[in-house]
Design a binder for this molecule. Structure first.
Ligand code: PA5
Length: 447
């Protein structure tokens, strides 16, 4: 199987895991019995069996249609309606997937995850005169950022292809029963896909939310679902001391009780940079509640060893590190020999970059452990569609368990609403008049 977990560098004493075992068993059981807080949002737990097969076939057909009609897909969404698909495409196809020759799918760009006019213009410039399609993704159908972007790209499509032509190029992924986007999609006759009620945003990448952009971009979504199914089976062992997701959850909890309030997910492959963003949302939105939680961050090595590496090695001891290591590179490149050897690198001539990268990883691991940073290592066989399916499930389940150990509801996100309300009020949305006056008064004194 593709994932292994090693905690021998976590600096744990023998009794530590044993002592949290009762809490771990309770949390594991709470998750699997679906008896805890947020249990309406556990659709991801057995998604590999319960997913809508008819819709899955429609997703594949829509991806084909996009590939036949367009060179570019603009996927519009934010948070859970954005991060998974982008993480998946970069994970499986690399950071330059849009520019690669002979790719299996269309270029996929993401919009609606910010409100920057520069960003929108750059994206319009990239599309240029080329044919494009749009997948607008919003569970609520009312989130400002994607709604703003959709209005712009819908208008561009209608100018280019007419209202009827645009209709053939717009795909709406939203709630099955309610919301402004659903109403618009029905009225305009857009093809619709569903964000299931029982699957929260950060758990939705293997619903139409992520599957359609990933399939349009050329990912094999059957392989993704197989990875998900295999991980679901692999991590079903309720003997928690022999289940890696449970052990990872327990160790995260132990770290927190020892004052390690930050987890750094570090990788050694730029294909994982967006996976780090996906992980940050998953952990932060799930655990950062009731003034508790581990703050998740990501570091990309060896790049960041030349920036925040100094702090990790020698700064305040606030954190532990979880290394995401990929055992096999998808492409082997070896260092050529150089007769003059001016750079002094001939001692590694003929070695693969993967070999060198692994030495960098091992050297860093030892240095960080020596510097007092507990290290956990999650090793993946390789980066592929299949392992993306597996790895997302690994983190989901671990997070569900550690969230319950922490005593929060890991499946809601009440904090995300606070800024939305303030933004609506400041923009002058009807119904927010009183709040607008209050906020503007406060801003006067601080800006
Ligand atoms: O995880 C979440 O639930 C959030 O990040 C949402 O996905 C995000 O706020 C976007 O919401 P929506 O899909 O309703 O536009």
């Amino acid at each position: 199987m593709a994932i292994t977990f090693n905690y021998s560098n976590a600096g744990l004493r023998e009794h530590e895991l044993e002592q949290v075992r009762p809490q771990l068993i309770t949390a594991y059981k709470t998750l699997m019995d679906k008896s805890g807080a947020g249990n309406d949002f556990l659709g991801w737990l057995d998604l590999c069996d319960t997913y809508d097969k008819e819709e899955f076939a429609r997703i594949k057909a829509a991806a084909k249609k996009i590939q036949q009609q367009s060179e570019v897909l603009v996927a519009i969404g934010i948070g859970g309606s954005y991060l998974g698909a982008r993480a998946g495409l970069e994970f499986a196809k690399g950071p330059f997937y849009n520019q690669l020759p002979n790719k299996d799918g269309v270029e996929v760009y993401f919009a609606g995850n910010n409100i920057s006019s520069d960003y929108v213009q750059y994206l319009l410039d990239i599309i240029g005169d080329r044919d494009f399609s749009v997948n607008v993704i919003s569970k609520s159908g009312t989130t400002t950022e994607p709604a703003v972007a959709f209005r712009i790209f819908k208008q561009k499509l209608e100018e280019k292809y007419g209202v009827d032509g645009a209709k053939e190029r717009i795909y709406a992924t939203t709630d099955a029963n309610k919301g402004a986007l659903l109403n618009l999609a029905k009225e305009m006759g857009y093809e619709r896909f569903v964000v299931p009620d029982e699957t929260g945003g950060r758990f939705s990448v293997f619903t139409a939310v992520g599957l359609l952009p990933m399939a349009a971009g050329g990912m094999d979504i059957d392989a993704v679902m197989k990875g998900l199914a295999d991980a679901t089976k692999k991590y079903a062992n309720d003997d928690v001391m022999h289940n890696d997701v449970a052990l990872y959850a327990a160790i995260r909890y132990i770290m927190m009780t020892k004052g390690k309030s930050v987890e750094i997910l570090s990788d050694y492959n730029p294909s994982l940079a967006m996976f780090g963003e996906w992980y940050k949302q998953l952990m932060a939105e799930s655990e950062g509640k009731d003034h508790k939680g581990i703050f998740p961050t990501a570091a990309h090595f060896s790049t960041d060893l030349h920036s925040i590496g100094q702090f990790i090695q020698d700064g305040a001891r606030l954190f532990f590190e979880t290394v995401l290591w990929v055992a096999k590179a998808n492409h082997e490149i070896t260092l050529p020999d150089d007769e003059k050897n001016v750079d002094g690198l001939n001692f590694v001539s003929g070695k693969s970059l993967q070999f060198m990268n692994e030495k960098a990883m091992n050297g860093t691991l030892l240095a960080h452990v020596d510097g007092g940073v507990p290290n956990l290592i999650i090793t993946l066989d390789e980066l592929s569609d299949y392992t993306f399916g597996e790895l997302c499930y690994f983190f989901w389940k671990a997070l569900g368990i550690s969230g319950y150990m922490l005593g929060v509801n890991p499946f809601d996100q009440p904090g995300v609403e606070a800024y939305k309300k303030n933004m609506f009020a400041l923009l002058g949305k009807p119904g927010y008049e009183d709040a607008k006056a209050d906020l503007e008064k406060r801003l006067e004194s601080i800006r």
